[in-house]
Design a protein around this ligand. Structure first.
Ligand code: AMP
Ligand code: ZN
Ligand code: FE
Ligand code: FE
Length: 278
């Protein structure tokens, strides 16, 4: 059997591995294919594709976009997006700029809560990539403000936390439309984490084509329910570990893997979308 892990972050967003390290790990684990899905960035795709050639791993270009929905952040994955499109690159660059400003606001809020961290240091360490809450959480651990990343999110940075600042950027339908415009397959990421299942029928009307049924934070029972939903709405089933390297929890690449046959279904969806787009 051939397997794929379709949700991996690199150090171009909030993962800890370089693109080549991610591909090398996938090779070592015997994965047939992986997708690099950094937040608001396709900067890792070029280097990952090169590494893929070297290591004999199929690399699927991907991206993970955030959208604000009903006081909850939801994530839309875009597989096979045209990562070389200059307009797309510019759009993502602006998203990353918004992230910088938002991080500054979060740091201010934290200071008001008595948890001071150095914004300049944050920017120096991570600002070249896609700066996010996970970077801030790591910085807070350094200062001893919490014992774990989870605790930081629970107490400060989670979607309802006192230092949370929304990105106020895309609606889910805009995120889906952007992926489609770039010839990519829009997939609703880790639906259980976002907990907004009631929005799925609307997403489908907007052009959603897949559901991330398998994910490191979705147990088998939950996956079964999403498998049924995917069938009901004729969505491609995807899955991945959402590995952030050593930057979030344990090393996850390959801990969630899907049969390669599902990658073929994803390719069918891509064909469909790209034919309609041409
Ligand atoms: P951002 O894109 O800056 O809004 O940050 C989102 C990222 O933060 C997610 O992709 C996760 O890596 C991380 N994250 C969000 N919520 C949590 C949580 N409750 N515990 C740990 N990490 C989280
Ligand atoms: Zn992340
Ligand atoms: Fe996500
Ligand atoms: Fe992710």
């Amino acid at each position: 059997m051939k397997y794929a892990d379709l949700h991996i972050h690199t150090n171009l967003s909030d993962g800890s591995f370089t693109p080549e390290e991610a591909v090398a790990s996938a090779c070592k684990l015997g994965l047939e294919a992986i997708s690099i899905t950094d937040h608001d960035s396709v900067e890792a795709i070029g280097p990952a594709l090169e590494a893929g050639e070297k290591y004999g791993v199929e690399v699927i270009p991907g991206v993970e976009l955030s959208a604000d929905a009903a006081r909850r952040e939801i994530h839309i994955l875009g597989y096979y997006v045209d990562w070389k499109d200059p307009q797309f690159a510019e759009r993502l660059r602006i998203f990353r700029e918004v992230r910088l400003k938002r991080a500054e606001k979060i740091v201010k809020k934290l200071a008001e809560l008595g948890k001071k961290i150095d914004f300049n240091e944050l920017v120096q360490s991570y600002g070249k990539g896609s700066l996010g809450r996970l970077h801030i959480a790591r910085e807070m651990l350094k200062f001893g403000y919490a014992h774990s990343i989870d605790e930081v999110f629970e107490r400060y940075l989670g979607d309802y936390g006192p230092a949370y600042v929304p990105k106020k950027r895309l609606s889910p339908s805009e995120a889906i439309a952007l992926v489609l415009k770039m010839g990519g397959v829009p997939v609703y990421a880790h639906p259980r984490i976002s907990n907004r299942d009631e929005l799925i029928p609307g997403f489908v009307k907007e052009g959603l084509r897949g559901l991330e049924v398998y994910h490191s934070e979705q147990d088998p029972e939950v996956s079964k329910r999403y498998q049924e939903l995917a069938q009901k709405y004729d969505l491609v089933v995807t899955g991945g570990s959402d590995c952030h390297g050593h930057g979030k929890s344990e090393f996850l690449i390959g801990k969630v893997k899907i049969p390669y046959e599902l990658v073929e279904r994803l390719k069918d969806a891509r064909e469909d979308i790209q034919t309609q787009r041409a």
